[in-house]
Design a protein around this ligand. Structure first.
Ligand code: MLC
Ligand code: AMP
Length: 507
């Protein structure tokens, strides 16, 4: 791979259709952006970022609502060779403070609404520039970039050069920044382009309904890279709304969602064979798709949802096939180029059907955790496999089934919630002796958190107040849906809290 061609943006740009005036992105409010608009907009933003005189590895941290301009900012950051750091728009100040302190971004882009507190945090973390970008095309970023040239030469990058840092919460409290390179993302995008049979304009042209947030791997990489590296149009929904998705299905061919999106679509009476007859592919991931959902979807629409499996550190790892059997309850075989093995607690590679820890290797696997060499070393084996923290099995035909997680993690509506983070927060509340947070099944979100809290002797705790305190400080999706105040937590002979008992009791 030549130097220039390793920049992911150069590859996405090379896939733009010949007709640059064709529509690349159509929003739910009817605005259309052509491929030329994407090229010019990203050029102006890239020129503007470069005019700030930033170091080559400058991090550009972005916490904004979903918009096409936010998409352009992502692409412009790649184009200019800087490092993109997406942040969930639900994060509050304590969470943002940690990310800014850890990543030390040179530039922070936030909504005008959050400008006051974000600026205070950013400047104390050493950030030089804070700009605003709102979802109505207003804000200082676009005002400033409007002066920049719309001609820009893509900055040359090597495959191992850092492109993005994605924070993924740690099992023991501290969030870790997974460092993804241009090579990681490009290799995965190219594999998925073939594996999912993206159709070029000559083959009828795919159209993707993009209904996911753009601050995590699913919406930011799998969906956006998938469409752009194929020159495919996106129907861009600012927020998932099942009725809106139904309305757009006749004009689209590909849809991607976390399982909650499929559950909510199934609740729409208008979802049937006729509504989905124009669609080529429904893809699910980020959390387990229940077999019931898979079957109900097939019955209602005639489509077998294609389930795939991945993570922030690795992008996509496995996928059910486009042709061939899509087996509900499995995440399909490893993608081409991905080595996947299942390992016993004693480090032995397990045979088909045996359950153990999933380890992976491949060009898609990240370059390590940002400024955490020891943590990085711990998460890789001596022969270079990454320990996913997922527990599963391979069957005789190579399909992977995920049966659980060795990491203490709740996946709620496709978002990761780390019990350790919540427990440490609850334990710091006045009057709390200790706490445990566990995941229980939930019809809509798949899984949700329940907090079980023990008061200090003589203290009366109010469950509602505990939840309110969490809601005031943490991203809303992390807040447990229930809280129970109890006299003590069940423990085993070693003194370890028996979370399995709590899960059964509160399910
Ligand atoms: C919102 N809430 C959630 C929640 N989302 N609670 C738990 N889990 C969630 N995921 C809260 C809201 O704050 C609100 O609380 C209440 O639940 C009801 O919210 P809602 O109106 O029903 O939520 P909505 O805004 O519609 O959002 C639901 C959703 C969203 C499913 C559309 O969560 C979503 O977009 N999820 C996708 C996440 C995603 O993209 N994951 C990819 C990760 S990448 P209150 O108290 O305010 O009423 C990855 C790798 C891979 O994992 O393999 O892809
Ligand atoms: P994240 O760190 O947000 O990228 O989340 C990655 C985790 O999501 C993985 O380690 C899995 O536990 C889970 N995950 C992703 N896709 C699937 C899937 N199809 N089925 C089950 N779990 C999944």
């Amino acid at each position: 791979m030549s130097e220039v061609s390793a920049n992911l943006y150069a590859h996405l740009r090379a896939a733009f259709p010949v007709d640059l005036d064709a529509v690349a992105v159509e929003t739910d409010s009817g605005d259309c952006y052509s491929w030329r608009d994407l090229d010019r907009g990203t050029a102006m933003l890239a020129n503007f970022l470069q005019s700030l005189g930033l170091p080559h590895d400058a991090r550009i941290a972005v916490q904004v609502e979903k918009s096409v301009e936010a998409l352009m900012l992502y692409l412009a950051t790649l184009r200019a060779g800087f490092v993109f750091l997406p942040l969930n728009s639900a994060y509050q100040s304590a969470e943002i403070n940690y990310f800014l302190g850890d990543a030390e971004p040179a530039v922070v882009v936030c909504s005008a609404q959050n400008f006051g507190w974000v600026t205070t945090l950013a400047f104390s973390a050493g950030t030089r520039w804070v700009f605003t970008l709102n979802d109505d095309r207003s804000g200082s970023l676009l005002e400033r970039a409007a002066q920049a040239s719309d001609q820009h030469a893509v900055v040359s990058k090597m495959p191992d050069d850092l492109a993005v840092i994605i924070y993924t919460s740690g099992t023991t409290g501290r969030s870790k920044g997974a460092m993804l390179t241009h090579g990681n993302m490009l290799s995965n995008a190219l594999v998925l382009k073939d594996f999912w049979g993206w159709r070029s304009a000559q083959q009828g042209g795919d159209v993707l309904i993009h209904a996911l947030p753009i601050f995590h791997v699913h919406g930011l990489f799998v969906a956006i890279h998938g469409a752009l590296i194929n020159g495919s149009k996106m129907i861009w929904l600012a927020k998932f709304d099942p009725k809106l998705v139904l309305q757009h299905l006749p004009h689209a061919t590909v849809f991607m969602g976390v399982p909650t999106l499929y559950v909510r679509l199934l609740a729409e009476p208008g979802l049937n064979h006729s509504a989905t007859r124009h669609m080529r592919l429904f893809i699910s991931g980020s959390a387990p798709l229940l077999l019931d959902t898979f079957k109900a979807w097939q019955e209602r629409t005639g489509h077998a949802i294609l389930e795939r499996y991945g993570m922030s550190e690795t992008i996509m790892l496995t996928s059910n096939p486009l042709q061939g059997e899509r087996r509900g309850g499995t995440v399909g075989p490893p993608l081409p180029g991905v080595s996947l093995r299942v390992i016993s607690g004693q480090g032995r590679e397990l045979a088909a059907g045996e359950i153990g820890d999933i380890q992976v290797k491949g060009p898609n696997v990240f370059a390590g955790y940002w400024r955490m060499p020891e943590k990085t070393a711990e998460e890789f084996t001596s022969d270079g496999f990454f320990k996913t923290g997922d527990v599963g099995q391979l069957d005789a035909s190579g399909y992977v089934t995920i049966v659980g997680r060795s990491k203490d993690l709740i996946i709620s509506g496709g978002y990761n919630v780390y019990p350790a983070e919540l427990e440490s927060f609850i334990n710091d509340l006045p009057g709390v002796s200790e706490s445990a947070v566990v995941g229980v099944p939930h019809a809509d979100f798949g899984e949700v958190g329940v907090a079980v809290v023990v008061p200090k002797p003589g203290v009366q705790l109010d469950a509602g107040q505990i939840l309110a305190a969490l809601k005031a400080r943490l991203a809303n999706y992390k807040v447990p849906k229930q809280c129970h105040v109890v006299a003590d937590l069940p423990r085993n002979a070693m003194g370890k809290v028996q979370k399995n008992l709590l899960r059964t009791q509160y399910r």
